[in-house]
Structures are given as C-alpha cells and as structure tokens.
Design a protein around this ligand. Sequence first.
Ligand SMILES: Nc1ncnc2c1ncn2[C@@H]1O[C@H](COP(=O)(O)OP(=O)(O)O)[C@@H](O)[C@H]1O
Ligand SMILES: O=P(O)(O)O[C@H]1O[C@H](CO)[C@@H](O[C@H]2O[C@H](CO)[C@@H](O)[C@H](O)[C@H]2O)[C@H](O)[C@H]1O
Length: 479
Amino acid sequence: MRLPPTVEVRAVAADLTEHLVPLLRAWLPGRRWFAGRGRAPATVEPASAVWLRTGDPGLLHLLVRVGFDGSAPDDLYQVLLGTRHTLPDRLAPSLLGRVDGGSFDGLVVHDALYDGELTRLLLDALSVAEEAPGPLDAPGPGVRLRRAPGARVPSGLAGRIGTAEQTNTSVVYGSRAILKIFRRLEPGLNPDLELTLALQRQECAAVPDPLAWIEAPLPGPAAAEPTTLALLQEFLADGTDGWELALASVRRATARAAGPDTDPGAGFTEDARRLGRATAEVHRALADALGTERLSGPQASALAEQMSDRLDAVAAEVPQLRPHRDGLRAVFRELAGRPSGALLAQRTHGDLHLGQTLRTPDGWRLIDFEGEPARPLAERRLPRPAERDVAGMLRSFDYAAGHAGPAGAGHARARAWADANRAAYLAGYAAAAGPSDATLLRAFETDKAVYEVGYEARHRPDWLPIPLAATARLAAQPD
Ligand SMILES: Nc1ncnc2c1ncn2[C@@H]1O[C@H](COP(=O)(O)OP(=O)(O)O)[C@@H](O)[C@H]1O
Ligand SMILES: O=P(O)(O)O[C@H]1O[C@H](CO)[C@@H](O[C@H]2O[C@H](CO)[C@@H](O)[C@H](O)[C@H]2O)[C@H](O)[C@H]1O
C-alpha cells in the first residue's frame, strides 16, 4: 500500500469536517496531552484537513482549533484520525465514533496512532520522503514529509503507541525508530528537530539521529519557516532511562549499612561523571553549529528579573514558598550585578533532567530537546547560558535522592549520594568544558527549584516536599 500524494480536502470534504466536530468535542477532553483536560471546550473547529490516504482505511490529518472562554487565545492541536467502514475489535478502545450524516454517513472514525496498519503507512511514506536540503527552506502547501540528509528510514513496520503519553504522543517502530507527534502546536520550527539536526551535522554522538519529520506551513509570526508536526528518530533500543538507574542506585546507597569503605555515590559516580562529559559535548556541538553571544548588562539583569517574577508567581500560588522568598531573591540579585559581556549564551537543551537521558553501551544519550513545553516557542529558542542545563541536572540528582531516599539514617545517606553524584557530574562537565560559573549555577538551580515547586503543586502534590526542601537550603546558603 502506498500513500497517494497529499490532497487538500478542505473544500471537497467540508461536510466531513463539519460532522467530525461533535466527535472531537467529546473525545479531546479525555486525552492526556490535551491542556484543557477535563474541561469542555467552547469551540472546536478544524483549521486544516488533509487526507494522507484515501480509501479503507483512510488516514486523515487534522489541525483543530480549540477555544475555551474567549479570554485566552485558541489552542491548535494536531490529530491523526483513521476512517474505516467497519472497525476491527482490536481497535475498539481507539474509537471516536461514527459519522452521522453527510456524504461520509456511517464512516467509523478512530485514533489512527493506535492502528498498526496506518502507522506502518506513515513510516513507509517517511521512508520514501524527499530528502531535505535543510530545515529552513520555504514551506510548500499542505502537509509535507521530509527525510533527514542521508537518513535511511526503515519501512514495513507497524507502530506501537507509547505508554508514557503526556505532552506529546510517541509511536515506536520495532527496535528501529520512534515517531514523536507534537500535539499542541505553535508556528515555527520545533527545537527538538532544529537542535538534533544541528547536532547531527556536527557528528555529535550524544543524541539519537533525527531520521525524518512532518511539517506544514502555518500562519503566524514564524510563517517564513515550516511548523514541525512530528519527528522520527533513531530508537535507542539498548538505552536505559537515567532516572530509573539513579533511583536504583539511591536505593542501594540507603539499603546497606554505612561503613568507612562505603561508596556514598553507590557506584553511580562514574556514570554521573560521564553524563557531565556528554552534556559538555552537546553544548560544544551546539555552540559550534549555532553560535554563542555575550549578554549585555541589561540582558543579565532581565534574566534575574525573569527569575524573580517566576518566584513571585509561584509564591502567590504556593504559600509554603513564601518564608524563603527573601533568601531566594538575594540569589537572583547576584546575577543582576553582572557587567556587560560577562555571561556567554548559546542554544541549550532547555529542560535537562535525568528522565531525558538514556545510558547505552556506547555512552549517554540526551533526548527531548523541546525545552520547557509550557513556555512559548520563541522563548524556548533563545540562547541561554549553558549553566542552565547543568543546574537542571544537579536538581535531578537532588530529586532522585529525595524520591528514593527514606527518612532517618537513610536520609543522610541519600543526601551523601546526591552530593557525591552532583560533584562527579560537575567534574565530568568541567573536564570537557572548563569549570562552570558558580553564581550562575546557583541562580539557575534556584530558579529551577522554584519552577519545580509550581510544577509539583499543580501536577504531583505528593512530590512537593522535594523542591521545597531545596528552596529552603538554597535560600539559607551564605553568599
Ligand atoms: N530515541 C529514543 N530511543 C529510545 N527511547 C526513547 C527515545 N526517545 C524517547 N524515548 C522514550 O520515550 C519517552 C518519551 O520521550 P520524550 O521525547 O521525553 O517525549 P515527551 O516530549 O512526550 O516527554 C522517554 O522518556 C524515553 O523513555
Ligand atoms: O519531562 P518534561 O519535559 O515533561 O518535564 C516536566 O516534567 C518533569 C517530571 O516528569 C519535571 O522534572 C522534575 O521531576 C523529575 C523526576 O520525575 C526530576 O528528575 C527533575 O529534576 C525535576 O525537575 C520537569 O521539571 C518538568 O518540566
């Protein structure tokens, strides 16, 4: 089966999109990636509809504009729907419903990403997609499939939808490739594609290779460049999640009796050191590919101001943060005093933590270069001091100790584990990149801990004590 050339169906199937609206309205609020989860949207309207395959099964690509109460701007979501005359039982859980009326009356509509036949079609189409000269060439009309320069994209494999579906949806193809479908879209190039292509050009081994992507032109401030809709990458089948490895190591550290020969890092410090080196390699390659710039004094002050603003916003939401506010603000003030040119900025990972790392037999790999998904795309693509990523990872060691470490005597050993591994990570980073700026590191670590207080209060209140303890420590540290 081959995909036909993409066909704009907006005009020819206006009655289909019209009849899809009630199905989408009922289905969207239950999706884990839907930001207004649980809330009924006020408006749902297809912004574009393209048949990627006509026939039975059909594959329909939709961009859906969703509005709530009129105060916030509409959100734009990407949805891939399958259409069939009859739905096999195995696909019943992915059913949206049956079209009622119009020229498509009776057609069954389901979530195409659960349908192995359709995800195979998508991979096959990507495997023969036109090779892209670069990610920034002018967008053509409709949805476009592009292959990374020189990439060999596998074909003939049915996709399996990932279980950790959160911000986006990932489909895994055997042990070969993983397709990440971006759900809530903003016009422009997604940094996950932009940065992994740049790293591939630098032959940086510390990230999985991008293989292909899907893009479309979207109106908006970034109309001159295509909007990234999905990214196919090499799947690291022999990779182990860094967060899981760290938790297992903390448990080992806290389970055994302490003695003079006990290693406080519980065998993880060599991994932590190598992870520091891998982070430095990625930073070096990003700087070589996309450049660096010196921040002016006012830019450094603006950075400190953003941190203080975030502190105020989170403290307004989480009362437990308020007693530490003055101490935390003092940390940010140190940054504001930096003279022009003292800070070097470059493109960074943007949301680095242990859950964004995979340990493979060939070394550490960093994944998910999207940045903090809640921030606007333009902000996520700004150059920042590289210390921001380093600080993110330092926080992650603290999290692993806080999450897996018990209270009592075990607590001291969990803290010793965090100290040993944070030091090893910093040493690994410094060995490849030179020492980090301590004031900057502290400011970014503080800012991240404040962000985490807000994140946990909203999403995982049981975890709130972990970043709250960190803010108390950071606020109390002498200058
Ligand atoms: N290239 C890859 N190889 C192997 N596993 C991967 C790869 N990319 C992502 N994963 C797995 O998929 C999960 C989600 O990927 P991620 O890019 O972090 O998605 P999201 O943006 O939805 O958080 C990761 O935690 C990781 O376990
Ligand atoms: O992975 P995402 O890009 O969605 O990042 C968000 O969620 C993370 C949690 O999944 C959150 O990370 C925090 O918890 C981690 C443990 O689960 C810990 O390792 C990180 O250090 C900590 O920041 C991240 O902050 C948030 O943006």
